[in-house]
Write a protein that binds this ligand. Structure first.
Ligand code: 9MG
Length: 285
């Protein structure tokens, strides 16, 4: 397959990124599955604490920060648009004014996309691949890069009984359909990233099958984001609790990088940056 972009470099809303890149996870939700509530005080989100977390990740080598205000953990419920805006926009604005980093909006909500773009975001990371009402048009009206992720079902019920005939073919078919929908709405192909969505409506066997075939996605002409940090597939393979899954996550990230993954989404930035440096040197890139 012919690559549609220079695999080492990418421009997102005017900001140049070099790949492989580490995307640091910043959840501003009180119920995030791995770091839920640590950025909260009795009156709500502690903006200073959230910003300090961001600054530390940048210091550790993250070149992208993924800011989320609506949990997507299995079993979670949607939040109101106003609550999501309150959690995300002030933080994005502050990062944009003070830190040298690309800002990704972890959102499915049209208004968050529009307002986030207005205060300096560069990327929309949508686990619903722009299927929520108004999202496709809102994204098209920005210049932001868009990460299209595959998810079977919705977070509330997605892990109840995920089923596929051929998980790789079905995920690939879905992503191609969403790429076509984006292009029809006026989003240039060069703005689009893809992500098979590890843990989103998938059993352990589905996740393993997707990871074994990650090179197939990486050769498809779009940057590929891999998000496995602290996820339940690591727990299933190692028996470890959420906070003890870093080594398993690094093993998966390393495998993905070896096969050509472009962006690794991680809670453990410093260690993931080290893995990227080692693999990049070994690959001679
Ligand atoms: C928000 N979020 C949580 N997990 C994710 C993953 O695996 N990929 C992407 N793109 N976003 C994610």
């Amino acid at each position: 397959m012919i690559s549609q972009f220079n695999p080492g470099r990418f421009v997102a809303a005017g900001r140049e990124l070099s790949f492989p890149a580490v995307m640091g996870v910043v959840n501003t939700t009180p119920d995030s599955f791995s770091d839920g509530g640590t950025l909260y005080q009795s009156t709500g989100l502690d903006l200073d604490k959230a910003f300090d977390r961001c600054a530390k990740m940048v210091e550790q080598g993250a070149t992208i920060l993924d800011i989320g205000g609506e949990s997507t953990r299995p079993g979670s419920n949607p939040v109101s648009v106003d609550r999501e805006l309150d959690r995300v926009i002030p933080l994005v604005e502050r990062i944009s004014k003070t830190l040298d980093v690309a800002i990704s909006l972890d959102t499915s909500t049209a208004k968050v996309m529009t307002e986030g773009a207005n205060v300096g975001a560069h990327i929309i990371n949508d686990v619903r691949a722009l299927r929520r009402e108004g999202a496709l048009d809102a994204a098209a009206r920005t210049e932001l890069a868009v990460c299209l992720m595959h998810m079977q079902g919705e977070p509330k019920t997605m892990q109840t009984q995920p089923e596929y005939r051929d998980v790789v073919a079905e995920v690939n078919g879905f992503l191609n359909e969403r790429i076509a929908a984006c292009m029809s709405a006026g989003i240039a192909k060069s703005r689009l990233w893809i992500d098979p969505g590890f843990g989103f409506g998938k059993t352990l066997a589905h996740n393993i099958e997707l990871m074994r075939n990650i090179a197939y996605f990486c050769n498809g002409g779009h940057p590929v984001l891999v998000g496995v940090s602290r996820k339940s597939m690591i727990g299933a393979l190692t028996g470890k609790d959420v906070v003890e899954r870093m080594a398993g996550g690094l093993a998966l990230a390393t495998f993905a990088l070896m096969q050509g993954a472009h962006i690794i989404r991680s809670h453990d930035v410093s260690e993931t940056v080290d893995a990227v440096k080692v693999i990049t040197a070994l690959k001679g890139e």
